[in-house]
Write a protein that binds this ligand. Structure first.
Ligand code: NAD
Ligand code: UDX
Length: 461
């Protein structure tokens, strides 16, 4: 099928490259010319495992193109994905201006028969109908321009553009986005047009039938076809549930710290109950990233708009905000005065295997440590290579973990990068006067760390 993906960030680029790899003809559109140039050269502008490989194989098979020309993309695609960002506004609402701009330009450029316009971006509930309205506005504006320009009636009124809007929320995780796209737990399709839903089912058939899955013997991927609002709500509810689950275990961890229990054992013990499940029960310094914080806040805001106070979701957010300061409290307990001390952060990104710093807990830690007069250094396997690009401030980014340890009063493990289990901690401890490590992800083995000469402090263990 002919597909156009507008917005080539973590979601759009992965979606476009995966759809091209399963045989569709894809054009990826981005208004950032620099990104388009990088993608055309077969490189990924973001760090995402496996993404460059599938981009290159799609380029070689002629299944993918990159462009900033939205008109060409709209003309090409029978399915048009909107995958631009919906960042948070200071109020907690979702900023839908990029979705609006794209929907308007889709309308202004709509031609060439029936189209399915897909909301892949996470958008507030009700956005499906709103996008339809904006596309119609875009069409009307174009007609007006043509009339003003005095074009012939035939040019003014081409075949009446027909389209439907479908909500197709995305559940991929950064760091495993390619895997998640080929191996989804489910596909959600919201809309009231049978034709549009059938086209989406055809689009995803190779993934649903597990032709590209790691485990091809699994039953087909469940496809939930539902109404627009429910599909939009499913996305928010899924993220809010997972974030709440983490806040729950973080609260339990804080109680464990006080009563002398080990939260890693507690998580194991409760996770064995199949009704609870073992995933997303890793206690630590809280959830971050480009999705959980903004999506939970946006859902609280939507509830507020409809006169409902979302107590549980607000509590999940407030537990998370406090949790992000846990490392700071533990540093104060271990070192007392932080003014003049040097703190080394192991990891900066909000999770491993990504270069994404959006709403990363490390950023709050840096800000607070600076406020208390501490000097902050950091080593991150990806950011140490690409640091300048991210405009980080208040932190000296070191090129390796041993240089990081040199002269530090304490280390804080912020991100559980696999390579942090293999560092020479005994050597690192020798560079520090009183080696302390706060393990913000309960990632390291306390006994091993103690043997290496560290005072080990975890979260709830
Ligand atoms: P991103 O910021 O990484 O990428 C957005 C891209 O859209 C950028 O490359 C930007 O240049 C481009 N863009 C903006 N305006 C444009 C326009 N008018 N025309 C063409 N391109 C334009 O965003 P992301 O992280 O991929 O997220 C996209 C959406 O998917 C958001 O709504 C997000 O909530 C949702 N989502 C993200 C994830 C994730 O893990 N990042 C997971 C699920 C859902
Ligand atoms: C999340 C959702 O998982 C995904 O389905 C959605 O599409 C986008 O948002 P992502 O933000 O990429 O994905 O990462 P995720 O693995 O969910 O982690 C989010 C945050 O929660 C990270 O800061 C992570 O460190 C934290 N986390 C996760 C915990 O603190 N404990 C856990 O047990 C799991």
């Amino acid at each position: 099928m002919r597909v156009c993906v507008i917005g080539t960030g973590y979601v759009g680029l992965v979606t476009g490259a995966c759809l091209a790899n399963i045989g569709h003809d894809v054009i990826c559109i981005d208004n950032n010319e620099e990104k388009v140039k990088i993608m055309k050269s077969g490189q990924s502008p973001i760090f995402e495992p496996g993404l460059s490989d599938i981009m290159q194989s799609a380029i070689q098979s002629g299944k993918i193109e990159f462009s900033s020309d939205i008109a060409a993309g709209v003309a090409h695609g029978e399915i048009l994905f909107i995958a631009v960002g919906t960042p948070p506004l200071p109020t907690g609402e979702s900023d839908t201006r990029y979705v609006e701009a794209v929907a308007r330009s889709i309308g202004a450029n709509l031609s060439g028969g029936y189209k399915v316009i897909v909301n892949k971006s996470t958008v507030p509930i009700g956005s499906g109908d709103w996008v339809r309205m904006i596309v119609l506005d875009g069409i009307a504006e174009r007609q007006k321009q043509l009339v003003t320009a005095g074009s012939a009636p035939a040019a003014r009124l081409p075949e009446s553009p027909e389209f439907d809007v479908v909500s197709n929320p995305e559940f991929l995780r950064e760091g495993s986005a390619v895997f998640d796209t080929f191996n989804p737990d489910r596909i959600v399709l919201g809309g009231n047009s049978k034709k549009a839903i059938a086209m989406m089912q055809e689009l995803y058939a190779p993934i649903v039938e597990r032709n590209f899955a790691e485990n091809k013997s699994l039953p087909n991927v469940p496809v939930l076809a539902t109404d627009l609002s429910s599909a939009e709500m499913i996305k928010y509810a899924a993220n809010a549930f997972l974030a709440t689950k983490i806040s729950f275990i973080n609260e339990v961890a804080n109680i464990c710290d006080r009563v002398g229990a080990d939260v890693t054992q507690v998580a194991k013990g409760i996770g064995l109950d199949s009704r609870i499940g073992s995933k997303f029960l890793n206690a630590g310094i809280g959830w971050g990233g480009s999705c959980f914080p903004k999506d939970v806040s946006a859902l609280v805001h939507t509830a507020d708009d409809y006169g409902y106070e979302a107590h549980l979701l607000k509590a999940a957010i407030s537990v998370n905000e406090r949790q992000r300061l846990i490392a700071l409290e533990k540093l104060q307990q271990a070192l007392k005065i932080l003014k003049g001390k040097t703190i080394g952060l192991l990891g900066l990104t909000f999770k491993p295997d990504t270069d994404d710093l959006r709403d990363a807990p490390a950023l709050i830690l840096i800000e607070q440590l600076n406020r208390l007069g501490a000097k902050v250094k950091a080593y991150d396997p990806i950011i140490s290579q690409t640091g300048m690009r991210h405009g980080l401030s208040g932190v000296l980014v070191e090129t390796d973990a041993e240089r990081l340890a040199d002269g530090c009063d304490a280390l804080v493990l912020v991100t559980e990068w696999e390579q942090f289990t293999k560092l020479d901690y005994a050597k690192m401890a020798k560079f520090m006067s009183h080696p302390v490590i706060i393990d913000g992800r309960n990632f390291l083995n306390p006994e091993v760390m103690q043997k290496a000469g560290f005072q080990y402090i975890g979260v709830g263990r």
